[in-house]
Design a protein. Structure first.
Length: 281
């Protein structure tokens, strides 16, 4: 997706520099996660949308959304052979990329359209978070692992893989690969023991299995204790490569990254709405 607002001063992006305090300026990207909802017409045009706490966001971020979201087009939603209006939860990742030492460009780097899995009757029974890898605690590394898992009719995970691992600390490439592997391995080990309550009614109840996406966050603050990140704040953004998962069906794949999903949620892998246009410059 194309970068927008390419000469934003740091003065109009509060909180950006603290997020990048430990990242070389030439390599510094930061991002924030936003949530809301979107309603599309039977023809796939945007009828309306909301963004949580919109008035508290930096003005350039608000402008970025206004310039883009109303102009998006989606594949029409078909119900019993007819195109219908549809509403879904919306999650967006906004990324700020340096254009020089004093200015940043903004873009909508990824998006997700779909309600949490509990909307369809798939709920968490036991999802104990992984142990934080010792090396990453010692080296003060944080990140998020984006898992894809297959839940069988008994509510157990019978397939799981790490699709992508994003970091929030930069280091030498070899070290970052090690950090990503440590986070991915810890997440996959934990997820293999997770259990869920499967849908007992509704359209989702007829499935033989449920493919889900689960972002697992590893976050440390200054005293070494876990701490949730605040909504709409900037954090360092170092996205990892997206791994191909052999057992993942095409309909559960996404054209870009699924890293717009909020941390530690549970989402069906197939989105409710499918975007067919990209933001305009």
């Amino acid at each position: 997706m194309k970068a927008l607002l390419a000469a934003l001063s740091l003065l109009v992006l509060p909180g950006l520099m603290p997020a990048l305090a430990h990242t070389p300026p030439a390599q510094a990207e930061a991002s924030m996660l936003l949530a809301g909802s979107i309603t599309v017409s039977p023809q796939g045009a945007v009828q309306s949308y909301t963004v949580d706490k919109l008035a508290t966001l930096p003005a350039p971020v608000q402008q970025l959304l206004t310039q883009n979201v109303p102009h998006w087009r989606f594949e029409p939603v078909i119900d019993h052979g007819h195109a219908v209006a549809a509403k879904a939860a919306m999650h967006l990742r906004i990324v700020a990329t340096p254009t020089d030492k004093d200015h940043f460009a903004l873009r909508i780097a990824s998006q997700w359209f779909g309600n949490a899995a509990n909307t369809y009757g798939l709920t968490i029974k036991n999802q104990t978070l992984p142990h934080y890898p010792g090396r990453e605690i010692k080296e003060r590394v944080s990140g998020t692992v984006y898992l894809v898992a297959r839940i069988n009719r008994q509510g157990k995970v019978d397939q799981v893989a790490a699709e992508q691992v994003n970091l929030r600390v930069r280091g030498p490439e070899m070290l970052m690969r090690m950090w990503r592997k440590d986070f991915a391995d810890a997440s996959v080990r934990a997820a293999s023991h997770w259990t869920y309550n499967v849908p007992a009614s509704g359209a989702a109840a007829t499935r033989q299995a449920w493919i889900v996406r689960i972002p697992v966050s590893y976050t440390l603050h200054e005293m070494g204790k876990a701490k949730a990140r605040s909504y709409g704040t900037w954090t360092a953004y170092l996205p990892g490569p997206r791994e191909k998962i052999s057992w993942l069906k095409p309909e559960a794949s996404v054209p870009g990254s699924a890293d717009a999903l909020p941390d530690n949620g549970l989402y069906l892998a197939d989105q409710s709405l499918h975007l067919i246009t990209t933001p305009k410059s």
